[in-house]
Design a protein around this ligand. Sequence first.
Ligand SMILES: Cc1ncc(COP(=O)(O)O)c(C=O)c1O
Length: 912
Amino acid sequence: MQDVSDYYSAIQLRADRWSSLRERTRSFARNPQGKRAAQVKQEIHDLFESLEVIEPYWAFPGMQAFDHIRRQFDHGSYDDVAYAVHRATRGLTTGAYRRRHIPLDRDGADSEDHDDEAMQSLESRALQKPYFEVLIVDDVNEHQERWIRNNITSMRRAEDAFTYEPVVVPSLQDALIAVLFNHNIQAIIVRPGLRMESKFDLPLLHRYINQAGSDEDLDAMEPENYGPELCRLVAKVRPELDAYLVTERSVEAIAGMDLGICRRVFYNQEDFLELHLNILRGVQARFKTPFFTALKEYSKQPTGVFHAMPISRGKSISRSHWIQDMGAFYGPNIFLAETSATSGGLDSLLEPHGPIKEAQELASRAFGSRQTFFATNGTSTCNKIVVQALVRPGDIVLVDRDCHKSHHYGMVLAGAQVRYIDSYPLNEYSMYGAVPLSEIKEKLLKLKAAGKLDQVRMLLLTNCTFDGIVYNVERVMEECLAIKPDLIFLWDEAWFAFARFGPVYRQRTGMNAANVLRARLKSEAHAKAWEAQQAELDGADHETLINTRLIPPPDARVRVYTTQSTHKTLTSLRQGSMIHVNDQDFKGEVEQSFHEAYMTHTSTSPNYQIIASLDVGRRQVELEGFEFVQRQLEAAMSMRRAIATHPLLAKYFKVLTSGDMIPEAHRETGVESYYSQEQGWTDYFECWEKDEFVLDPTRVTLAVGGTGWDGDTFKTKILMDRYGIQINKTSRNTVLFMTNIGTTRSSVAYLIEVLVEIAKSLDELDGDASLMEKRAFENRVKNLMHDLPPLPDFSRFHPAFEADPVTGEGDIRSAFFLSYDEANCDYLELNGSVRQAMESGREVVSASFIIPYPPGFPILVPGQVVSEEILAFMRALDVNEIHGYRPDLGLRVFTTEALNGLVEKKTAQTAS
Ligand SMILES: Cc1ncc(COP(=O)(O)O)c(C=O)c1O
């Protein structure tokens, strides 16, 4: 039996304990007098004991059944126990308990054939009533508990859209554990009798309590406020849930309190029907999918098609002699739903008034924004929309240089003055980290000193980065607002849509941080703290300001935008993305320009299937986002642990930890890894709360240099060709395994198996190798692990485009369009003429974006001066794709004449 401390999550512990119990009770029942019987009996006792503290938080099999099985064991009914445990375990693994009552005794036994979800057709599963659990918090005795349960279950009606089972816990602490452990819970009934303490003290479960509130927080609570306080705390960790507070206190006493997720307060403890109807209504509000439902309805209507869309209703396919296979492959529904109609119950994405509007409003609720907009052509488009809506020609924008190319193109379109800011480099892995806050503050303070703060409009950062570096979003915004109180933030969360549904992740999302900041700026305590700091910092120099945690003024404006590729991390068809807005000045200042920008970039023929999938994806996250993100984390954590602890794997591979990917200066808590063999699991809640940067554990970067293969070869020749494993990012000596909400424990197990096989084959090769071969292998490894070209910073814009050498912003748009005239451009060979030109003292200036893939961001932008470091890096790059670079011609650069002409023109303009 694995030790509890080996487990990252209580869910895995629970699953493993049940399957061990099944195996032990079965073998014991077969041979209760066997040689190992005493030992097995003890193990069964231990397993029961271990499950005893876990099961009270789940409805199935339920404590009553669990205690009954235990008693049967004590009475020697071993066959019955083995049978009941088998049924319960099977019910848990197949999820059959969600669909029907599972009798655990032989008399009530039924066929197991239909237990397995996988054996059912999709249609029959879609017809079943969804199941959930309702948490009831009340310190009651057995008799009272039965009374509550009976009252609740007797409210069930055939016409109910959902079915649920109650789980009763006695205390506030138990309730916090339950909502973070039991993902089936969708609603909570907080009754007046609850107490504070849980009687269990399993550390694995107590970790959950820390996520919701500190010990001091809990100690400070008055018993009479436990109910409302619980609603407030649950809102922090699972804001999607509905709570119902049953109270004996007066309306007046409750009225002024923060009740978090509480939907309704009940003053009558016995109004079970009202409660039941409210619970169903609350879940229905999350379940409903206005656009998907409208589209399904539309597809059932007999419609004559007289618009330009032959595929609509499958007509061009069903009449075809040659493309029948397409119809067979996709099935009829997708064609019945293909339409361009904006009438008949449907809506227009460009001017939504009906179900699309409603679907966007529901998404806004789910993701914590003030407005949400759907996009059907990816976050690439979302980024351009937001930039165009907010940035006027000449506005200064601070842009993370290694952000996605859509931002750079957005800057060109908007005519921004771009101030590129650099991420810290990770030279040994050939990848960048993220932009340190000190770098951002330094640039802002310089702009302030130059009297240009008025021109500064936006800060644009990627959160999280492709490699999983996550910012302290709240802190970055607070400190920047302290320097520039109306700065707009665009957080590219292309990879982070799922983050809202993990309580620890949520605090580092743009929308959550915006909501927290809005509330904080209004508070009196904040105003006082700001005033005190102002007095302290009077006359402070830049260095002091950079080293001080700055407090924004109470009248700072919270203006935050995030863009998310829903399709990358949640359920959505490809290209389904969302723009979330949390901008206090959106209505007054931005709405119109946002509308124009949306019109500029959005197709007049948006794909309705994508919109419907965004709507359904939103339903999913509101009902099971929490569960899926937890499971994803579990899979990623077990992958990290398995690789770190396997002796053979450690010889060739290394999972990069926070310590490897984030310099110490940016990890205030000093946490280096989520798991280490010496210390076991780290409670990562603290570093996610405090550190400047943290590593998203669901993105697992594996250093593969030790195998002698570079990242790209390892990806294509080994993982893909030999084992059919797909990944999409590599660096010179690393590969990135991204888990997602669909990743299972068995897919992780398969990957580990494959890595072990690769390591074994390398070991065998090593055993048979000649001295020469060994030396060649060592050289390859050294070359991959140590001889890496340093990553270049952004050099600077050429004076023809640079607005100001002190503050460093540049006009990327002029440079971009200058290159449209071939006469202004020239080509220089990377290994020849570039060098000669630079040696002769010429400033070589790129005329295009040069984007090596990977890593996929520009190492040169139009108007940027080519530096020695950039050249060295390009020469050392061994990637196949370098967008913008023509190997047959060379590097596209501006002619000296074109540049001089521009400089002269600029000088003349300044003089006049
Ligand atoms: C950081 C970042 N932003 C935006 C995008 C573009 O997203 P989409 O593929 O949805 O257009 C990507 C794509 O990889 C990305 O990595």
